[in-house]
Design a protein around this ligand. Structure first.
Ligand code: ATP
Ligand code: MG
Length: 408
């Protein structure tokens, strides 16, 4: 029944050059997400049409839902510019929406083809009266209708639609620069990465892996999470930097009092991530922290952890409830992966009484107990980088190799 999809861009508060950049990026993303489908893209001034050419609209919409920066879509049926034909299609579209109650509606006509003899004001009531005659439970309300029938009169025909399907919103990924996402195997950090991309930030992922202290399955879990995130990324690919963290992890476990284990671990992670910022030409660090969720996510703990870096830190989930985070995780299909029962470096040997108010002075004193500088340098130097692709699964399980060997 549907012939094409009308796509509206988001955030049109942008002006001038920024708007051009925004539109160019969105169009590039749409093209990359629709690769392989036989659709035609018809770019207009502030919107875009996708001619379906027999492709299924559900498939196209599923793909469009992966494009950040899109405001909404409408499914369009096309017919001749003929009032009877338009009314017939409109009735077919509206009927399923009407139950027993009276529904208010209006017809909004736009005449893009100025050679057509009737004006919009003349066309709308003519179409409306034909519809009203067939569907008695409709009542016209031009000021506050609950249903609007849109008719666009164009040279190649009349375009008819009623619904707006909500898009992902936000900004096209990549327009906001690049950041490093600290990705653990938990529920929160993948969601944080998704929200950062939705806001226009391109991401590369950093995972601190403690194999063989932690299992190789936890590394596979991280790869699988990045695979899910890369569905939203430009070109459907994201880089994953795997930092060998075991030597630092072990030293912390033997040298640092239990209540400060997590605090010191965090500080080491930030030191490494800060070095990786320069290497990857990234502008910020994104993490999955949510204020108050656990001991290491009090303001005092966060402040103590980030004391070691000048980097800009973005916490998309800072004020989110766990249930809202989980619902996003479900939508982006990371929840089941995060729930796989493998430990990462922060869940293995968790202390019973982590401090919620770490002191900077103590943290600094404890760190003097082991010579961490060369270890940080080594971790950065030995970091392995892989490209994870949404449509090309990376499987490292069952190879019996170390992480480094897996990617040599
Ligand atoms: P998540 O669900 O994302 O693991 P969490 O609530 O379990 O979050 P923590 O384990 O305290 O919280 O970690 C807080 C943040 O620190 C994570 O969201 C992530 O950004 C970062 N982080 C923790 N562990 C790692 C790791 N092994 N590699 C990379 N980043 C990590
Ligand atoms: Mg975690």
């Amino acid at each position: 029944m549907y012939e094409r999809i009308l796509v509206r861009y988001g955030e049109l508060t942008l002006k001038g050059k920024n708007k051009h950049l925004f539109v160019a990026k969105v169009v590039e993303l749409i093209k990359s997400k629709l690769t392989g489908l036989n659709v035609t893209i018809d770019k207009r001034h502030d919107r875009l049409y996708i001619e379906l050419n027999q492709e299924l609209e559900v498939e196209v919409i599923k793909r469009l839902n992966r494009v950040s920066g899109l405001h909404s879509y409408s499914l369009i049926t096309k017919c001749n510019v003929d009032i009877d034909e338009i009314a017939t299609i409109a009735i077919e579209m509206i009927k399923p929406k009407i139950k027993e109650d009276i529904v208010t509606f209006k017809v909004e006509t736009k005449r893009a083809d100025k050679s057509y003899p009737l004006t919009s004001q003349q066309l709308s009531p003519k179409i409306a009266s034909k519809i009203l005659r067939t569907i008695p439970n409709l009542k016209v309300d031009v000021h506050n209708p609950s249903l609007t029938l849109f008719v666009e009169v164009r040279e190649d025909g009349a375009y008819i639609y009623i619904d707006q399907i909500k898009g992902m919103g936000g900004y096209p990924v990549g327009i906001g620069g690049k950041a490093l996402l600290l990705l653990s195997g938990g529920i929160d950090s993948p969601v944080a990465g998704y929200l950062a991309m939705k806001q226009g930030i391109e991401i590369e992922c950093v995972h601190f892996e403690s194999t063989p202290m932690t299992s190789i399955e936890s590394v596979q879990k991280t790869i699988d999470l990045v695979e899910k995130l890369s569905i939203f990324a430009p070109h459907n690919k994201i880089k994953l930097h795997m930092v060998p963290f075991e030597p630092i992890h072990s030293s912390i476990m033997t040298s640092i009092p239990e209540s400060y284990l997590v605090t010191i671990m965090r500080r080491m992670m930030y030191r490494i991530a800060t070095d990786l910022l320069k290497k990857t030409k990234s502008l910020a660090i994104v993490n999955g922290e949510s204020i108050g969720q656990v001991a290491s996510q009090t303001l005092e703990s966060m402040a103590c952890a980030t004391e070691v870096t000048n980097a800009l830190i973005i916490r998309p989930l800072a004020t989110y409830d766990k249930s809202d985070i989980m619902s996003i995780a479900r939508t982006i299909e990371t929840l089941d992966i995060s729930n796989r029962p493998f430990e990462d470096c922060c869940t293995v040997y968790l202390p019973n009484n982590p401090t919620i108010r770490p002191s900077l002075k103590l943290a600094n004193n404890f760190e003097k107990m082991f010579d961490y500088q060369p270890m940080i340098k080594q971790a950065v130097d030995k970091t392995v980088t892989i490209q994870v692709s949404a449509y090309d699964h990376t499987d490292i399980l069952g190879k019996g190799l170390t992480v480094e060997e897996c990617f040599e």
